[in-house]
Design a protein around this ligand. Structure first.
Ligand SMILES: [Zn+2]
Length: 209
């Protein structure tokens, strides 16, 4: 039976009623959940005819449960998002149903939206934190200066310690000019490699005053 999500598949008066509360209309859906168990994993399914109220409750419970318990395993990192994506169809079919009527048994309580439940809040907080850890270090300028041949520097430490700072070559503060590492000789100092912009050996040559 193929149905559009905008038109509930089960008309009023149909014999298909909610498997939990018995209300109509109901749609046959499969709602999935997933639990990671470190080395193994477990897939959960709730399949059957659900009315809008009970279907929403089942969807919210399984999705929230997956968000909370779905991540604990290597494969689960992939299985959890896939499970969520697979539930999108079931969710839209449930939402397309009109409000149910005539339930002989009590329906499930849909409870709060998935995004308003603690598992989703924890996952979102973790995502925000992960994003911040990736982006924030890039926003902080690199404290390590790098030089290329022809730059002029001063050493704020005492040789052989190096705490080099770039200064203008015409400035009275300029103590050394940077030359190629294989031209190092005499009173020159070989720079620590982290000062080299292109990872080539560089040399600090005393400026003649
Ligand atoms: Zn129901």
């Amino acid at each position: 039976m193929s149905t559009s999500p905008h038109h509930p598949p089960v008309p009023f008066g149909s014999t298909v009623s909610c498997r939990i509360c018995g209300a109509i209309p109901a749609a046959h859906v499969v709602v999935r959940g997933h639990r990671g168990l470190v080395i193994t994993l477990r897939f959960l399914t709730e399949e059957g005819a659900f009315c809008r109220t009970c279907g929403t409750a089942v969807y919210r419970k399984l999705t929230s449960d997956t968000l909370w318990r779905g991540w604990w395993g290597l494969l689960s990192v992939f299985a959890t998002p896939v499970t969520m994506l697979m539930n999108i169809g079931a969710r839209s079919r449930i939402r397309a149903l009109p409000h149910p009527v005539g339930h002989p048994r009590p329906p499930l309580s849909p409870g709060r939206r998935v995004l308003a439940r603690p598992p989703a809040l924890v996952v979102m907080a973790a995502l925000v934190l992960a994003l911040a850890m990736v982006t924030v270090p890039r926003l902080i300028p690199d404290a390590q200066p790098t030089f290329t041949v022809g730059d002029c520097v001063r050493n704020n430490a005492t040789w052989p310690d190096q705490d080099l700072e770039e200064v203008g070559c015409s400035s009275p503060e300029a103590e050394f000019w940077i030359s190629d590492g294989d031209r190092c000789w005499g009173m020159d100092w070989l720079l620590h490699l982290e000062y080299s912009a292109d990872q080539k050996a560089l040399c600090a040559h005393p400026m003649s005053k």
